[in-house]
Design a protein around this ligand. Sequence first.
Ligand code: ADP
Ligand code: MG
Length: 601
Amino acid sequence: MNTQTTANSAQTSAPTQHHPARTQLFWLLAAVVVALGLPYVSNDYWVSIGTRAAIYWVLISGLNLVVGFAGQLAIGYVALLTIGAYTTSVLTAGKVFDPLSVWLALPIASVMGAIFGVIVGLPALRLRTFYFAMTTLGFATIVTQIALAWQSVTGGGIGIPGPEMPAPFDDNLGFYYLCLAFAAVCTWLTANIARSRFGSGLIAVRDAEVAAEACGISKSRLLIPVFILAGALAAFSGGLFAGLQTYVTPDAFTFELSLLFFISILIGGRGSIYGPMIGTIILVILPEIAAPLAAWSTFLYAFLLLVIVLAMPGGIAVLLDFNNRRPLAKHRTVAPQTSLLAALNAHHSSQKVLGLQNIVLTFGSVRAIDGISLDVKPGKIHGLIGPNGSGKTTTLNVISGYYSPSEGHLTLGQDPLPPGLPHLRAGRGIARTFQTPRIVGEISVLENVMIGGATAGKANFLQALLALPEDRRERQALKTKALALLQVVGLGSLADIRTDRLQHSELRFIEIARALMISPDFLMLDEPAAGLSSDEINKLGALIKAISACGTGVLLVEHHVDLIFEICDDVTVLNLGKILAAGTPDEIRAHKEVVNAYLGG
Ligand code: ADP
Ligand code: MG
């Protein structure tokens, strides 16, 4: 149907002419010029403020991955700053061992921070939102109390001298440039993670956790390296912070400081690197230019936070996002280019069948599915229909591993498919979409699709952190495939647009593109036609047929029976969790009970 035009429109529908990368580069250069030039246009006082901002940013850049990207409410990060400050000072002062050089003490402090970063972070894997926030706060209190009580090492309330920096970093100016250099390195490192599959994985866990799992992203495996990095940077920042003080005492590590870190990220905007950096600068400078208000700083922060939440929920990052200011075309149509699919999905030689045998799943006393058996065959479309509440979505959830069946078993070819473990399904070639699209609104369409390729990643966290060639190659490949799949589902021209600006029907096509990123052996679609116009449903039908023609077995849950009867090879009808009928579309159409119970006759 829409096969001839493909080559041309693939060219013409290139994304916007705007270059977000260039805007970012401009801001980056501006920041570098201002930072380097600061000492020449101001005095020592402002240089020390600049130093403070740079030191805080070392911590905040790492915390940003935890809070802004992964969405974890870690509000007690001052604890890790404290640990870093004391470790560095104790080691350089020779309180425990012979005095160490700062250059050794700082890395040791970072290792301590990494360890405690994981300890503080672990509860996040089990606890949600406020409960996790409370544990981080509790930890901060404990650390301060220990610093106070452990007099022989920390000097208690009197404190210990901060580390002395060796020349040429022993004066204000030298120390400023040193901290600036560290801040720049941290920006680079965390921006590398943000750009990598780990960064988009974090955002996926934050905003669409269930979908992230279906794409093969394991929350714990993703969060632990992030906690290590954030902890290490926080403690490193603590070491520098100690260098800024002549004396390190527990009362330097206040709750306000923790708030400052957290709010910098919130006013900067979630999921951005430059927003929180600007947020940090603003929050460090603000109390200075409003000197009479210094005593009110907590109040000021709280007020700022309120203003941001109410007036500018996306934070500074949204203000800088010029790309998403321009209006979108009103009457857009999706125009899938199904012929492009074969080239992308060519490798399907698998003859495995996805089988369900006598699956039973109960919720309390409700038998949501009650002895269902069916086969999804490669290259075929299997329709699953039935009234609301008949167990269709639950069946998909069992296959996806969200629910473990009470009876019966799943097979993939000759092998059993173990129940549970949803994040391992993508690795086995099983992809899906959701009845309500689970999409991350705050990132671009392209980035959403790229999340689907999480399992293809071979480059590890360290390679991503340092933007090593393997990581860059992989990212480029992921991007190319995601762009091509967007062309396939007909959304290529919207690749750079923030996803929450799209209409509902477009989200359904994005989900399909995301599912196709693993070139699935099996694709499960949960009511993909819901909310689509009849024209869009026709295009969807053609797309699904093209997907199965590449060898993918499709399990299609749908209420639009016309679509089911038109494209399916097999149909199973459910009612009250049981199979009412199964057969070819013609057999089902003629089935008396189905007509009476469901189709209406
Ligand atoms: P369908 O997708 O066919 O409309 P579902 O599979 O969503 O139906 O639901 C099947 C039955 O299981 C319904 O009676 C529903 O209320 C019940 N059910 C589904 N999920 C849950 C759950 N998490 N807890 C309890 N009952 C559930
Ligand atoms: Mg359902």
